[in-house]
Every structure is written in structure tokens, then in C-alpha cells.
Design a protein around this ligand. Sequence first.
Ligand SMILES: Cc1cc2nc3c(=O)[nH]c(=O)nc-3n(C[C@H](O)[C@H](O)[C@H](O)COP(=O)(O)OP(=O)(O)OC[C@H]3O[C@@H](n4cnc5c(N)ncnc54)[C@H](O)[C@@H]3O)c2cc1C
Length: 456
Amino acid sequence: MRLLVIGGSDAGIAAALRARELDPSVEAAVVVADAFPNFSICGLPYYLSGDVRDWRDLAHRTTGDLEAAGLELLLDHTAQAIDSTGKQVTVTSGHGERQLGYDRLVIGTGAVPVRPPIEGLDLPGVHVLHTMGDTFALHQALTARARSAVIVGGGYIGLEMAEAFCARGLEVTVVEQAPAVMPTVDVELGRLLGGELGRHDVAVVNDVTVKAIHHDAGGLTVAGDPDFTATADLVLVVVGVRPDIELAEAAGVQTGMRGAIRVDRRMRTNLPDVLAAGDCVETWHRLLENPAYLPLGTTAHKQGRIAGETAVGGDREFAGSLGTQVVKVFELAVARTGLRDPDARQAGFDPVTIGSVQFDHKAYYPGAHQLHLRLTGDRQTGLLLGAQLVGHQDAEVAKRIDIPAGALFHHMTVDALNDLDLSYTPPFGSPWDAVQLAAQDWIRQTQALSGPPAAL
Ligand SMILES: Cc1cc2nc3c(=O)[nH]c(=O)nc-3n(C[C@H](O)[C@H](O)[C@H](O)COP(=O)(O)OP(=O)(O)OC[C@H]3O[C@@H](n4cnc5c(N)ncnc54)[C@H](O)[C@@H]3O)c2cc1C
């Protein structure tokens, strides 16, 4: 069986490795547009900050590791067209064009940065961040002694890059069109992050939409509405990603949510023997039981693994994503999972979100930090719908969000969080974990508002 994979990042490599793991007789070839297969894009901000000294260390696995696992890597090869009837893919490289046959094909072309309608996006000094090529360009700008940066977009990549630029000694301005940074959490938590950025001398500008970038004597001038201008040596535009689907669409692959490739839960597209996974596809939402678009590395790895399994005749289904995510912002960490009020309401729930502030461990033991938690649950049934959390980077924010993430995965109620047998010792926690104390606050306050929820 010849398995051909287009795309050599999280999804594509996971698919090829899993197929070979299950069936070592599979011939697996991976077409990669650049020379950097299986690099951790998630680590790019930490190379640019200087925390990771050598870009080569960002490889999840080296080319040698991948080849030793039996993958044929076609680096610097670009897939140009898919012929699903003849089961062939046209690829081009420095050596010209050729056809590659397949029995099963996995499309893992990922995502590309959104290019918002801003005049001047193509000016020298204006950057995006998604590939190693983008990273080298930014690195060069930093080593050429850029002294200031404007970041357009206060989402997670914008915030990680604000910290990275500060570490490199730049003066940084973040411009975000929403009322607070990190618009994927509630504004109350976004403001805490804005405060943290401010404490590290990052200028945060909210409620401003960038319209144009001009080159002038002082550098690049960024203009926004209402009434905003700032001048810097470099501009980084990080306003989200969109699925890279042109190749698939031209071959007749159906698309859906946010233009992403429509797949079933075994990652099959509408075309026979053509699978797809990662940032280019729709993501099954575990709670909504509907397709969504949640481009994350964790999801791409899982979906790629399922695609590899399906390719060799397996029947495992993708269990679904909850959009669980954590981000470091200087000394703070912010995390979220599941639904927030507006998504939950739109899905037909009757959501209530209650904020709660708890210590991460017993306050008498040195080094206790406050955690700001927000739990969302359904008023009628008590079903847990989502959780958000901001706290000190030493307060186990990442692993704490995994408690509600696990509970959501198993469709638990807010109250049932209290039944979980969680670990405790004073330096690390409390007899009731902060998440459980937040659950108790949710129940108390929801009952005060509307009486006890009906049983599930
Ligand atoms: C700066 C940054 C930080 C991030 N941090 C996190 C994080 O902390 N946690 C998290 O969960 N997620 C994070 N993400 C998101 C995560 O990196 C992506 O969800 C993940 O990389 C998606 O993997 P993918 O394989 O679907 O696609 P991509 O990583 O987009 O890879 C697509 C691959 O396809 C190749 N390709 C595309 N078209 C062709 C073609 N025609 N021919 C040949 N090859 C082609 C590309 O070269 C590439 O190899 C981050 C992303 C960025 C940019």
C-alpha cells in the first residue's frame, strides 16, 4: 500500500508515522513544501525570544529520525494538483515536475496566516509568523537591530511575540480591535493580561482597527481607526489563520466551516481514499457535536494519527476537541476550554458564568498565588460547559485547566467536579482544589440567582 501525505507538519507526520506503526509494510512518502519537516511551530516565539538558542532544536524529530521510522521525505516539493480518479498527485521541485501515485492520500496542508484588509501589508519590514521561512525573516530583522515593533493582533501569538520582542530589547506596542487582548477569553481575564503586558512596558491599544501601514523616514507608521498612529522598525501582523485548502478544493474536496475541508470523524473527505487532517480541516466539537474550526497543534496531532489509522483500515474515530489551550504571557498563564457564554447560548444552552478567585495552594505555605477562574455551566441542568483561568506561571494553570477539560470530555456537571479525587499537599494545593472551590462558588451563586438546577 502506498500512502502519500501532503504536508510535513504535525498532522501529516502524525498520519505517516501512525500508518507505518500499525502496518510496517506501508510505503509512506511525505511531500513537504519546505526543508523543515516536523518542526514545532508552537516553539517559534521561543526561538525568536532567544530562550531556544538553535532553531534546529525546534524539530520534534530530525529528518534522520523520520527516515529511520520508514518515511520517505520529499523536501522542497510542492503538491500542485490532485487527480483523485487516476490517484496521482502532481508535484514540483527544483528538478521539475513529476507525478506521484498513491493508494491512500492524506492532505495535511495546514493553515496560512489571515491577511486582513490593511494597506501596506507587503511593505518590507511587515511580517507574519507561521513557517520557518517567516521565522528566519523575523530573526534577521531582530539581529539587524530593530528597536521597536508594532504587533497587529492581541491573540495568543501576538502575546507570545510581545514577550519575545521584549526579551530582545524592543519597544513593543500591541494593537487589538477587541476591548481587551486575548479575545478567546472573557474581557475580565483579557484585562488582567493587558495589565501584565503593561507591567512589562508593552503598550496595549484596544478598540482600534489597523487600516494602513506606510513607510516613511522614521520607519513603518501604522494607522488605525479611531485615531491611532504608531511608528516602529518592524510590524508583525498576527490576526489568525485560515485553512489552506486551494489544492484540495481544486480536486473536488468539499469544504465547510470557515472554508475548512469537510471530513468525517475518521478523517475521510468526500473523495475516495482521500483523507485530511489538521489545520486544513473542520474539527468535531465534542460538546456541540458539530463541526467547528479549532486550529491547534494538539488537535492536528490527534487528527493526523486517526487519518494514519484509517489509511491502513482502522476504524478509530476522532473523539472531538474542546478548544483547550494555554498561553504564557510574561509571569502569567491564561488557559481555556469548552464554551463561553455567547457560544453556549447560540448552541441552545442557558449558560451562567461565575468568576472566582482562589489561591493555587494553601496560603500559609510560601509562594501562594491567586488564580482567577471563570466557570460556565448550564443553569437548567448544571452541565459544565467551559472554564477559563488566569494565574501566575508557577500556579499550575496549564494542568489545572486540564481538570475541567477532562470533565467536559466526559459530559460532567459543575457539581460533579467536587467528586473528583484530586491530589493535595499544602505546597501544591488545598484539600479542595481551586477548580473545585470555583465549582462550589458557581453552584452557590447560581442557586442564589435561580434556585437549584434540575437533575440531568
Ligand atoms: C507561532 C505559533 C505558535 C503556536 N503555538 C501553539 C501552541 O502553543 N499550542 C497549540 O496547540 N498550537 C499552537 N499553534 C498552532 C499549531 O502550530 C498548528 O495547529 C499546527 O502546526 C497545525 O499543524 P498542521 O500539520 O495541520 O499544519 P501546518 O503546521 O500549517 O503545516 C502544513 C504543512 O503543509 C505543507 N504544505 C502546505 N501546502 C503544501 C503543498 N501544496 N505541497 C507540499 N506541502 C505543503 C507545509 O509546508 C507544512 O509542512 C501555534 C502556531 C503558530 C504559528
